[in-house]
Design a protein around this ligand. Structure first.
Ligand code: G6P
Length: 610
């Protein structure tokens, strides 16, 4: 969602803030701003649009300062305007940046207006600035004012605050949104994401919910929700700076699509090295937890939800465990029947998606305590709130449209299915070896699929001038059709829908004509002949078919039936392989349409609001 960064040093920290914001820009990109303490005043620069525009203004204004905060915004309360951009300032004395949502902002606004505060924006954040100012005007220190204000705020937030009355100090607080402190030499930083501070430090402290931190150049003091001073572990981040750079690629999405063989290899390393599926991969308690499990409930959002839908096929066919998959934001608001023996699996690239986090909390409140997180970001909130964790090792994913995170989630989930099957006595030694061999060869097969790019680029021309597209799949390839449609709509803005191919005749067939390209995921599996019949239904109505097949599925090309074959047949792992061509198709359609591939309009990478 939004990104925040802050610094307290003995040098001009404006370049650090700007670099941090450009690293965070993938989280929110409708406006950006920074504020620094300058003697008896606060100097602020804000701009609608990208960080680069704000940077140009900051340079023109020759903004400098040793203490400051910055923000990239993804609008929730109030439109995309400069006056709604952060930081927000109260009476020229206090500046605040904020990530999250203040739920009681209306009541607070009325209360503060009655005290004489004048609001300049429509944001919920301005409420925080005035509330802290109000507390400070009652004679409290900045720290006490922040501690007092946060107890009056409901919702999820991470904030950082500076005041002209406390020139060497920055106070930050976390409640439900990620926030970390970067420890430097004679300078300290805060950020919502480690990527923002990597150029200045690798030593970071992740704040816990309820924490308030008092940060100066030389020290960091953290207090928990009760106000007691607490020690939090210092972590050393091993995220590589190169993983945050584009390198020779045109877009992060392209880079991340091409990184998939490595991301899969890294994620599979332990399994391949051990040549076995072992519960230990999921944590110390996994063997005991898995032994109790009688079913699985998967909770996730967006692309991660589609990973869950794919996993259902593996969990039911390989582990023979009844599996349900539910959109996190739906599950958390409905009455369900809790089963304490059910394994709750959350899937999240970022580990901070609010809907998924809240769904996990809801499951736990119902006594469902056998929890496992599949996550790509170490130490993020969702794995920290789960009993078991399997980290995917995709590396930083910057493109808003998820690619390598999805395929690594799929191998993690396949590993889960095989591990549960083994522990429940449903996996023979031969099957285990067969699956491990399949996983071992998967990165190579994915590389072959990437080599199809020139043909897929040609196909994209048939999509870029269309308004709609249909994606069809059957069985475990249906979720890949869903993911293909999502990728296309997210980044090219072409309306795309996915259907299980057998459902075509029950409605969507009415849409089929020359202007509706139909993509079919049709590798050789038990349903291939059925898919071929469904394709006949499209051809008979004049539809144009674009078929992703594999080496073993025999199709005859014709004027209106185009076929691209992935060179290998990878059996039960085929959904992973067939994700690659649909990613490339969306990427090239978007390029032809000239959209902003890495930062599609209206979207954000990590959605930390409802
Ligand atoms: C956002 C992103 C999607 C992502 C979804 C879930 O909508 O734009 O790419 O799939 O959130 O994110 P998560 O981090 O929980 O996997």
């Amino acid at each position: 969602m939004c990104g925040i960064v802050g610094a307290v040093g003995a040098r001009n920290i404006v370049p650090v803030l700007i670099e941090g914001l450009s690293r965070l820009e993938y989280r929110g990109y409708d406006s950006a701003g920074i504020a620094v303490l300058a003697g008896n005043s606060i100097e602020r620069v804000r701009a609608v649009g990208r960080v680069a525009e704000m940077q140009t203004r900051a340079q023109a204004q020759q903004l400098t300062g040793e203490v400051g905060i910055g923000h990239t915004r993804w609008a929730t309360h109030g439109g995309v305007t400069e006056s709604n951009a952060h930081p927000h300032i109260s009476r020229g004395e206090i500046a605040v940046v904020h990530n999250g949502i203040i739920e009681n902002h209306d009541q607070q606004r009325q209360h503060l207006q009655s005290l004489g505060y004048v609001f300049e924006s429509q944001t919920d954040t301005e409420v925080i600035a005035h509330l802290i100012h109000h507390h400070q005007s009652q004679g409290k220190s900045l720290l006490e004012a922040v501690q007092g204000a946060v107890t009056e705020l409901t919702g999820a937030f991470a904030i950082s605050v500076v005041s002209i009355h406390y020139p060497g100090q920055m106070i930050c607080a976390r409640q439900g949104c990620p926030l970390l402190i970067g420890l430097g030499e004679g300078e300290n930083f805060i950020a919502s994401d480690v990527s923002a501070v990597l150029s200045v430090t690798r030593n970071v402290i992740y704040l816990e919910d309820g924490d308030v931190a008092d940060i100066s150049q030389s020290q960091v003091v953290i207090m928990d929700a009760t106000g007691a001073v607490v020690e939090r572990t210092v972590h050393r981040s091993d995220l590589s700076l190169a993983s945050l750079e584009l390198g020779p690629y045109a877009h992060f999405m392209q880079k991340e699509i091409y990184e998939q063989p490595k991301a899969l290899t890294d994620t599979l390393e332990a399994i391949i090295d051990d040549n076995a599926f072992s519960p230990a991969l999921f944590g110390r308690e996994a063997e005991e937890v898995f032994a109790q499990v009688d079913s699985v409930l998967i909770l996730a959002a967006g692309t991660s939800y589609y990973a869950g839908l794919t996993a259902k096929y593996w969990l039911e066919s390989i582990a023979q465990l009844p599996t349900s998959v539910e959109i996190a934001s739906e599950y958390r608001y409905r009455k369900s029947v809790p089963n304490p023996k059910q394994l709750i699996v959350t899937i999240s690239q970022s580990g901070e998606t609010l809907d998924t986090m809240e769904a996990l909390k809801h499951a736990k409140s119902l006594g469902q305590n056998l929890t496992l997180a599949i996550c790509n970001v170490q130490e993020s909130a969702i794995p920290r709130a789960s009993k078991l964790v399997l980290y995917t090792r995709a590396g930083a994913e910057i493109g808003v449209a998820s690619t390598k995170a999805f395929t690594t989630q799929l191998v993690a989930l396949f590993t889960l299915a095989a591990t549960l099957a083994k522990q429940h006595g449903r996996l023979s030694t031969e099957e285990e070896q067969q699956y491990i061999d399949g996983l071992r060869h998967l990165p190579g097969s994915v590389q072959f699929a990437l080599n199809l790019e020139p043909q897929i680029r040609e196909w994209a021309k048939a999509f870029s001038n269309k308004f709609h597209a249909l994606f069809l799949g059957r069985g475990m390839h249906y979720p890949i059709a869903l993911e293909g449609a999502l990728k296309l709509k997210e980044i090219s803005y072409i309306h795309a829908e996915a259907y299980p191919a057998g459902e075509l005749k029950h409605g969507p067939l009415a849409l089929v004509d020359r202007n509706m390209p139909v993509v079919v995921i049709a590798p050789n599996d038990a349903l291939l002949e059925k898919v071929k019949s469904n394709m006949q239904e499209v051809s008979a109505r004049g539809g144009e078919l674009f078929v992703f097949a594999d080496a073993d599925s025999h199709f005859t090309e014709s004027e209106h039936v185009h076929v691209i074959r992935t060179p290998r047949h990878v059996g039960v792992l085929s959904p992973i392989l067939h994700t690659i061509p649909v990613q490339l198709l969306a990427y090239h359609a978007a390029l032809l349409k000239g959209t902003d591939v890495d930062k599609p309009r209206n979207l954000a990478k990590s959605v930390t609001v409802e």
